[in-house]
Design a protein around this ligand. Sequence first.
Ligand SMILES: [Zn+2]
Length: 245
Amino acid sequence: MKLTILGNAGPYPGAGGACSGYLLESDEFKILIDCGNGTLSRLLGIIGNLNMLDAIILSHLHSDHISDIMVMRYALGIGQVKGTITKSIPLYAPKDPEDTYEQLQFNNAFIQNELKEDSLLTFGDMKISFRLMSHPIKTYGVIVEKNGKKLVYTSDTKTCESLIQMVKGADVLLSECNLLEKDRNEDTYHLSAKQVAELAAKEGVKKLLLTHIWPEYNINDVLDEAKKNFSGDVEIAAELKTYEI
Ligand SMILES: [Zn+2]
């Protein structure tokens, strides 16, 4: 599997940056996970044409994870009328809030499927499953498994039991890391670098990629806090970098 980081900021991008969006590739399949602002342009720079995309997964419907869907729907819906787009793209997302879920559609841009905790997607021998996270709206962590390798994406969450269970033994953990520990309190629905690193260490994660970074932080402070608490392989998920899993 290959994972390309299209954007690593949240909940808004710094100058020249982009919010959450990740291209997952496996054999002949190309799957977009989240589609935050700035990611469509980068996606097209890699795949060239939206006909190449096999599916889209939206972990939750906060704007920094879906806002480019609102313009991608025009590319797909109008492209079908013009004849440049040959298919509707399967899109999987939680139906929460319901009105936002309904707004994702334009013409026949997408084949919409409600994402639920027992949803299981199969692309060849790659399996994708989901766990409910702890965030103000329904949010799913994503588990991708193929050939004995395990990639876990936390989406957005505070610490919770299903997060701990999900990350166990991950070869790669792509984790949100929106806070430094000094800025975390019980009301924040995100993880600090310290929390992510401690979780990775305890649950046997092999490689940790930090994403959904608050753009006003110095990324070296984020990375340093993580390194102090995880002696394994850790880095900031670099925009436009491709990781082999
Ligand atoms: Zn969120």
